[in-house]
Design a protein around this ligand. Structure first.
Ligand code: SAH
Length: 228
């Protein structure tokens, strides 16, 4: 009945969202040093254009962050790959907490690496959109929460990994506490509005090891919630 299948619901993509355009992005990720075949394969098979408004879908396979409304962005594919790669290195990934669901792109990638993903977003309409996007992709191992992710999600702690896709000025204590003591990994941008350090923290027992990975630019981690 509907001749003109919207590119949003066409999972395979057409034109600027075609498989060939996606392969070009994969090449770029490898050039930039992404080596995990697991992550690259997941990025290849996860359409990014369905996470964007129709007007921006043609730019989905450019390696850039793009607006998703509410002054927020979908993360740059390179950053999504990088954060996923760090987490994928971990031996057992039963459960991962993601803070800052946005439209759910990173969530979708992580859902293929971990058995269970818990994701928190403070802006309700974005969380609802992420829920719809993941449903469209048939992803079922994700639990969503509308709330302030800087408090973590204590009911489901400890987590094998925590990924934060919004930047605090300092790392909230709750996140350290909710990390598994058995090599739990936290990947988090830390710093001011213009630029932050992407940090990789590993917790073993009472020990905390912190590595600075690279300079990044994320939206800030904010407190409070937005309902509509
Ligand atoms: N993970 C997304 C990136 C979204 S941008 C992707 O894959 O594209 C970061 C998101 O963090 C925004 O949607 C923003 O609303 C959210 N955010 C900011 N502070 C937050 C907080 N304290 N708790 C939960 N989400 C927060």
């Amino acid at each position: 009945m509907e001749e003109r299948l919207s590119s949003r619901i066409n999972l395979n993509g057409i034109g600027m969202t075609s498989q060939r355009t996606r392969e070009r992005l994969l090449g770029r990720l490898m050039e930039q040093g992404i080596t995990s075949m697991e992550v690259l394969d997941i990025m290849r098979s996860t359409p990014r254009h369905i996470f964007l408004d129709e007007a921006l879908a043609h730019r989905a396979y450019e390696d850039v962050a793009l607006p998703i409304g509410y002054s927020q962005t979908i993360s740059q594919p390179y950053i999504v790959a990088r954060m996923s790669e760090i987490v994928a290195n971990s031996e057992s990934l039963e459960s991962v907490l993601e803070i800052g669901t946005g439209c759910g792109y990173q969530t979708a990638i992580i859902s293929k690496i971990a058995k269970k993903v818990y994701t928190i977003e403070r802006i309700k309409p974005l969380l609802d959109r992420a829920r719809r996007n993941l449903k469209l992709l048939g992803i079922r191992n994700v639990e969503f929460r509308h709330g302030d992710g800087s408090l973590g999600w204590s009911e489901n702690a400890p987590f094998d990994a925590i990924i934060t896709t919004a930047a605090p000025q300092t790392i909230p204590d709750e996140l350290y506490q909710q990390l598994s003591p058995k090599d739990g990994r936290l990947v988090i941008p830390v710093g001011g509005d213009d630029q932050q350090d992407l940090k990789h923290i590993v917790k073993s027992g009472d020990q905390i090891q912190i590595d600075n990975l690279e300079s990044v630019r994320f939206v800030p981690l904010l407190t409070g919630q937005v309902y509509n």
